[in-house]
Design a protein around this ligand. Structure first.
Ligand code: KG4
Ligand code: ZN
Length: 364
């Protein structure tokens, strides 16, 4: 059962917490009519167990996260029952840490918000059942959260962004373009027809055995590809971006992955090496796949911006493109998107990396 300590740990804190403590010293408790509402957010949709407490003005009082990346890197991808077990082992500690860092009593929470979809069913189940027990124990309202909506709205914690704005979500599990018209009002403009770009980069990195590369052994697949690409020459391979003729804003990455697979097989033959050894052309392949993915993402986004502007769905002079997700931390892809936004008089905004990837703050 859930036993959440009532006392809080000592962490560095934003000034608002000092106010809470000051008021407490007079027996005036936050969560009453005097202060903001506090929401505990819980995220377990994929391979991060995360929790945070945020107040209604967007102030982050405390957060905690446990990443499973290291384990999944070793097994060569996420195995859902393994992810589920790791969520089970960590969720109580992570929620406890977020509450302690916030220096609030669980009873002061106004609500508990938890990701309910989309994601890995086994992972989502852990967060949901934990939250429902907590809701029952604390007698608090429950707020079900759509993971993609949370990603899309995160930018409003750090920037003053008015609706409507365009959002591009690119990560290991997501790939979509949507017009955000309001907090729960989204117009989906395009999505991946197969896998997400991060998933494709992870598969390419695995096929290139980059985990054995001394410079990349602790990096995610996408980060390893970005790192190696800096040393490579993309012009050694001529790869066409996917869906060049499709008159929509959808994406596709599995065809690109197969093209790269074939190139790797060919190179292994040429270099006379076994699968599992590192090709001398690995950096060139990384540069080529990164460039092709960047072109594809930039072209589909360009289409979406033009579509929205033509139909007056976005402001002509003040349009905003928000890019988020783990792949959004790729500087080469960001550069490609910058070219598109400069050409269309849009402002490009990316949340800071820790808010781009899965976290509890966006849920809260
Ligand atoms: O958002 P995220 O942490 O988790 C979800 O998938 O929801 O994103 C992880 C993905 C992985 O596929 C990882 O390879 C990719 O983001 N990624 C990157 C970079 N850093 C992480 N892809 C390209 N360039 C990077 N620098
Ligand atoms: Zn996500």
């Amino acid at each position: 059962m859930l036993i959440l300590n009532k006392t809080a740990g000592v962490f560095s804190k934003p000034s608002k917490r000092k106010v809470y403590e000051f008021l407490r010293s007079f027996n005036i408790y936050p969560g009453t009519q005097f202060l903001h509402k506090l929401v505990l957010g819980i995220e377990t949709s994929c391979d991060d167990t995360a929790a945070a407490v945020v107040d209604e003005t967007g102030n982050v009082l405390g957060e905690a996260i446990h990443s499973q990346t290291e384990v999944h890197l070793k097994t060569g991808g996420i195995i859902p029952p393994v992810a589920q077990q790791l969520h089970r082992e960590n969720i109580q500690r992570i929620v406890q840490e977020a509450l302690s860092a916030s220096r609030i009593f669980p009873s002061e929470l106004s609500a508990i918000a938890t990701t309910i979809k989309p994601g890995l069913a086994l992972s989502l189940g852990v967060g949901l059942s934990f939250s429902l027990q907590l809701v029952d124990q604390l007698k608090k309202p429950f707020i079900p959260i759509h993971h993609m909506e949370a990603h899309a709205l995160t930018i409003r914690l750090t920037n003053k962004v008015e609706f409507p704005f365009l959002v591009l979500l690119i990560s290991g599990g997501h790939c979509l373009l949507a017009l955000v018209r309001g907090v729960s009002d989204f117009l989906l403009l395009g999505k991946s027809l197969d896998i997400a770009p991060g998933d494709m980069l992870d598969k390419v990195a695995r096929r290139l055995s980059l985990i054995r590369h001394p410079e990349c052994s602790t990096m995610s697949g996408g980060k390893a590809v970005e790192h190696l690409a800096k040393q490579g020459n993309r012009f050694n391979f001529d790869i066409k971006p996917p869906l060049q003729r499709a008159k929509n804003c959808d994406f596709s990455f599995s065809g690109l992955q197969h093209v790269i697979d074939k190139i790797i097989m060919q190179k292994e033959k040429e270099e006379g090496i076994e699968k599992g050894q590192i090709l001398s052309s690995a950096a060139d392949i990384a540069a080529a796949v990164q460039h092709t993915a960047a072109c594809h993402i930039a072209k589909r986004t360009h289409r979406a911006i033009l579509f929205c502007k033509q139909r007056n769905l976005l402001s002509q002079s003040n349009a905003v493109l928000v890019v988020s997700g783990g792949v959004a931390s790729n500087l080469y892809i960001r550069k490609a998107l910058e070219i598109v936004t400069n050409a269309t008089q849009c402002t490009l905004l990316c949340p800071p990396p820790r808010l781009c990837t899965d976290n509890g703050i966006m849920i809260a």
